[in-house]
Design a binder for this molecule. Structure first.
Ligand code: PHE
Length: 341
C-alpha cells in the first residue's frame, strides 16, 4: 500500500524536523512546509480522491491521525521555543551599569546672546540680521570710513580673495545698521546680533571670529541721555543692580560723539588685577550718536532725526559673566568646558 507508506515516511520526516525547531522562524517554515493549505499533509489529502474506494476509509483514517499528531507536536514545539526565550532573559546580567544618556545644553555664547536679546526686546527693541559676507559699502563706506582707514587693511580684514577686495567677512555688525535703515523709514529701534571676523593674532584675549550685538535707535529727538540710560539699564540687568559702569570718550567713524563703556572688574571688584590689567575696569562695548554722514548715506534727513548706536561683544560679556579666562574655549567644543554651563 503505497499511500500508507508515504504517510508513515512523512510522519518520520516531520517528527525529526520538529525536534530541530529552535526559533519562531524555524517554526513558521515548518508550518508552511507541512501544515499549511498547500503543505505536504494537505497534498496527501488531495490525493485521497484518486484512491480506490475500498482503501479510502483506512487511508483517510491514517491521514487524519497524521494531521492531528503533527498539529499537536507542532504546538508543543512552539511552547518549547517560547520557554527557551524566557530562559534567555534570565541570563541577562542585571548588575552591568546602564549606558548614561547625556542631556544637551545651550552653548554659553548662545545663552549669553539670548539673555541680551531678552533684555532689549523687553524695552521695545526688535531683532534684525544681515549677511556675514559683506561688501565694502556696508562694512566701511556707508559707515563713514575714509578710503585709507587702517581697518580696511589686510591686517585686520579677511577679504574674499577672487573679487579684488569688494567683499569681505564682516569685521563688525555695524553694516547691519545701514541695511536696516536702507529698508525702513524712521523710527527704528533694533538690535542685530551676529558673528564677526578679524584677522588678529589668536590669543587668550582675541580670536579670529567672535560675536557682537549691534543696537540702533533712530527717531526724532533721540539724545545722548537716552543712550546712557539704555546702556546703564542693560548693564544692571545683565550683571547686577550694583554693577558700576563708566562712559569713556572714544572715536568711531560712524558715531559722533563716541564712547566706550567699561564695567567694574568682576574679579577684583575694581581693586585692580591681571584680567583688567590693574585698571579695575573692563571694556564691554562701543557706542555713540549716529554720525550725520551715515544718515545721508541711507537718505534719512539728518535735520529731522537723531539716533544712537552701540556694539557689544557677546564673547566679552560671557567671559565677564562666567569668569572665563580664555576666549578660545568658546570655539574648541571641549565637553569638559561646555558641561559647566
Ligand atoms: N562697530 C564697533 C566695533 O566693532 C562698535 C560700535 C558699534 C561702536 C556701534 C559705536 C556704535 O568696535
Amino acid at each position: 500500500m503505497e499511500m500508507l507508506e508515504e504517510i508513515l515516511k512523512l510522519r518520520e520526516e516531520a517528527t525529526a524536523s520538529l525536534n530541530l525547531l529552535k526559533t519562531q522562524e524555524d517554526a513558521e517554515n515548518f508550518r508552511l512546509q507541512y501544515l499549511s493549505r498547500k503543505g505536504s499533509v494537505a497534498q496527501l489529502f488531495e490525493r485521497l480522491k484518486e484512491v480506490p474506494k475500498e482503501e479510502k476509509p483506512a487511508i483517510g483514517k491514517s491521514l487524519n491521525e497524521l494531521r492531528n499528531f503533527l498539529e499537536a507536536e507542532f504546538e508543543s514545539a512552539g511552547q518549547r521555543i517560547a520557554a527557551a526565550k524566557t530562559a534567555d532573559i534570565g541570563k541577562i546580567d542585571l548588575s552591568i551599569p546602564g549606558r548614561k544618556r547625556y542631556i544637551g545644553r545651550k552653548h554659553p555664547l548662545t545663552q549669553t546672546a539670548e539673555e541680551i536679546k531678552r533684555i532689549f526686546t523687553g524695552i521695545g527693541f526688535g531683532i534684525a540680521d544681515g549677511p556675514e559676507i559683506e561688501d565694502d559699502y556696508h562694512n566701511f563706506e556707508a559707515l563713514n570710513f575714509p578710503p585709507d582707514h587702517p581697518a580696511r587693511d589686510m591686517q585686520d580684514t579677511f577679504f574674499v580673495k577672487s573679487d579684488g577686495g569688494k567683499y569681505m567677512l564682516r569685521t563688525h555688525t555695524s553694516g547691519v545698521q545701514i541695511r536696516v535703515m536702507e529698508n525702513n523709514k524712521p523710527p527704528v529701534r533694533v538690535i542685530m546680533p551676529g558673528r564677526v571676523y578679524r584677522n588678529e593674532a589668536i590669543s587668550a584675549r582675541s580670536y579670529c571670529l567672535f560675536h557682537q550685538v549691534e543696537g540702533l535707535y533712530v527717531d526724532k529727538n533721540v539724545s545722548l541721555a537716552e543712550l546712557k540710560g539704555t546702556i546703564s539699564y542693560f548693564v544692571k540687568e545683565f550683571f547686577n543692580a550694583n554693577a558700576k559702569l563708566r562712559f569713556r570718550p572714544s572715536f568711531f567713524p560712524f558715531t559722533e560723539p563716541s564712547a566706550e563703556v567699561d564695567v567694574n572688574c568682576f574679579l577684583c571688584a575694581g581693586k585692580g588685577c591681571r584680567i583688567c590689567k590693574y585698571s579695575g575696569w573692563l571694556e564691554i562695548m562701543g557706542c555713540g550718536m549716529v554720525d550725520p554722514n551715515v544718515f545721508k548715506q541711507v537718505k534719512y534727513d539728518e535735520n529731522e532725526v537723531s539716533g544712537f548706536a552701540f556694539g557689544m561683544g557677546i564673547d566679552r560679556l560671557a567671559i565677564l559673566r562666567y569668569g572665563i579666562d580664555d576666549i578660545r574655549l568658546f570655539f574648541e567644543n571641549d565637553l569638559r568646558f561646555l558641561n559647566q554651563f
